[in-house]
Design a protein around this ligand. Structure first.
Ligand SMILES: Cc1cc2nc3c(=O)[nH]c(=O)nc-3n(C[C@H](O)[C@H](O)[C@H](O)COP(=O)(O)OP(=O)(O)OC[C@H]3O[C@@H](n4cnc5c(N)ncnc54)[C@H](O)[C@@H]3O)c2cc1C
Length: 468
């Protein structure tokens, strides 16, 4: 025990009972350690369940159904008199979230570990001062305090006021028009949800294309689809200022040499989140941060080796399964110090739940180029594929990246129908380090969406044979 004397209250104290914290607590308590989980939220459940993945995907699915009904005429199905009862859409979402949150609260209260409802901050490397006045000591500490909405880059936006994703998921009525600031997954998912429920939506994005973590060709498919549905998109912009007049809000921004503006009833501020680490007293514990993010090694250890961090507060990805893996890795390494586990990004998977959906795993072409890696790439479009033609879902493509020497699959991208599900075939293939030849030889039922992967796999396999 590094520099600790006397008896400590717990083997492990976990700060934050979201996805990462729960995973760390379950892992360490499961190994027989004395564990305390401290969470200061009024409502327990964490971001994913309460204000993230689950409510947003419930609403997006409703919007997808609405859209499908509107489009049904294409299949010879009339949907006259289609109506949306927005209050019921929101009520269904609330009921589901309550169910998910109640389940998580029962897990937290199951007695496997002690749950303490308080805010925690470090007073020294092994001691936490709780907002209840109690002091608590632990041999190991896991920080899993999540993220908060990043402050706005323009002071006038604060004065004008805006909705955050939290507010958008709780709307009682729909505004007529919304200016969405940001072009990441959360911004675009909410933009499409609002547009499909009749809101006039304009998206203003900083980077040259939306979804900057993806290759431009994939992001462009989503941009095209959103424009076709009536959304207005501005990319490569810089926000200058915001003002309010006559009940409407205006955002002025620079795009190239032009100054433009968008006026709407509401602004949705979706320019990102930042690690929730202010106020934790990390300096008292010797835990280093960079831009609010807790720095960790690949074992999830911070600069103070007995303190671990997991989830959005450690980043760099705000993805819930990554938060869980990090929490489990921290837990494993606390309980198995001589057989450590490491995290890595080889199988980094990201899904965007727009329609068309986007999924990616492993390398993108952009990343391969940035790292100077030579890869072979092949793409196949959904507009030349039986099942997607049957479904009338002909936007997008699948793409594979492979090692030119061995044929090992190094990355995959799918933008199209059920892209978020389809990408998992490549996640599994990459987990087992399969080659394009092995993927092409794997049975694929006909006609399925999944069989589309065989085309780029066959193309790359042939190319590699030819090169050999
Ligand atoms: C709108 C939206 C949609 C999203 N959709 C997806 C998606 O589809 N898929 C996906 O993978 N990810 C999605 N995400 C991201 C995902 O929700 C997060 O990456 C994930 O929930 C982070 O989990 P966490 O455990 O790090 O943090 P959290 O779940 O936020 O948990 C942090 C906990 O720490 C507690 N806490 C904070 N400070 C203290 C303190 N000092 N003392 C005590 N307790 C404290 C908080 O009360 C909170 O309960 C979405 C996010 C948003 C905003």
């Amino acid at each position: 025990m590094s520099g600790v004397t006397g008896t400590l209250d717990y083997d492990v104290a976990v700060i934050g009972a979201g996805s990462a914290g729960f995973a760390a607590a379950r892992t360490t308590a499961g190994a027989g350690m004395r564990v305390a989980v401290i969470d200061g939220a009024e409502e327990l459940g964490g971001l994913c369940i309460l204000r993230g993945c689950m409510p947003s995907k419930t609403l997006l699915y409703a919007a997808e159904l609405m859209h499908a009904c509107r489009e049904a005429e294409r299949w010879g199905i009339r949907s006259k008199g289609l109506e949306c009862d927005f209050a019921r859409v929101m009520a269904r979402k609330d009921a589901l979230i309550k169910e998910f949150a109640d389940y998580r609260r029962r897990q937290l209260a199951s007695g496997t570990f002690e749950l303490i409802r308080a805010q925690a901050r470090f007073s020294d490397p092994h001691t936490l001062a709780l907002s209840s006045g109690r002091r608590l000591t632990a041999k190991h500490i896991v920080i899993s305090t999540g993220s908060v909405v990043a402050p706005s880059p323009v002071a006038s936006l604060e004065a004008v006021g805006y909705l955050t994703s939290d507010d958008a998921l709780e709307l009682k009525t729909l505004p007529k028009s919304v200016a969405v600031l940001g072009g990441g997954p959360v911004a675009l998912e909410l933009a499409q949800f609002l547009a499909r429920f009749g809101v006039n939506v304009t998206v203003v994005q900083r980077s040259p294309h939306v979804l900057k973590g993806f290759d431009a060709d994939a992001a462009e498919e989503v941009e095209k689809a959103l424009r076709r549905e009536g959304l207005t998109l501005y990319t490569d912009t810089r926000i200058l200022e915001a003002r309010k007049a006559g009940g409407l809000k205006t955002v002025q921004f620079r795009q190239g040499d032009e100054t433009r503006s968008v006026t709407a009833e509401e602004i949705l501020f979706a320019l990102g989140r930042r690690p929730n680490t202010a106020g934790l007293g990390l300096e008292a514990a010797g835990v280093k941060v960079e831009n609010h993010r807790i720095l960790t090694n690949d074992r999830m250890q911070t600069s103070a080796p007995h303190i671990y961090a997991a989830g959005d507060c450690a980043g760099p990805h705000e993805i819930v399964h990554v938060a869980i893996q990090q929490g489990e890795t921290a837990g494993h390494n606390i309980t198995h110090p001589f057989a450590p586990r490491r995290t890595d990004d080889r199988l980094l998977t990201e899904v965007v739940f727009t329609d068309p959906q986007l999924g990616r795993v492993g390398l993108t072409e952009k990343e391969a180029a940035a790292r100077g890696l030579v890869c072979l790439t092949a793409k196949y479009p959904f507009n030349d594929h039986g099942k997607s033609i049957i479904m009338g879902a002909q936007e997008g493509f699948v793409k594979l990246l492979a090692d030119p020497a061995t044929g090992e699959i190094l990355g995959g991208c799918c933008v199209g129908p059920h892209g978020g599900e389809l990408i998992h075939e490549i996640v599994a293939a990459m987990a087992k380090r399969m080659t394009v030849r092995e993927l092409a030889a794997m049975p694929h039922y006909h006609p399925t969406l999944a069989e589309i992967w065989t085309y780029p796999a066959e193309e790359l396999a042939a190319l590699i044979t030819h090169l050999a």
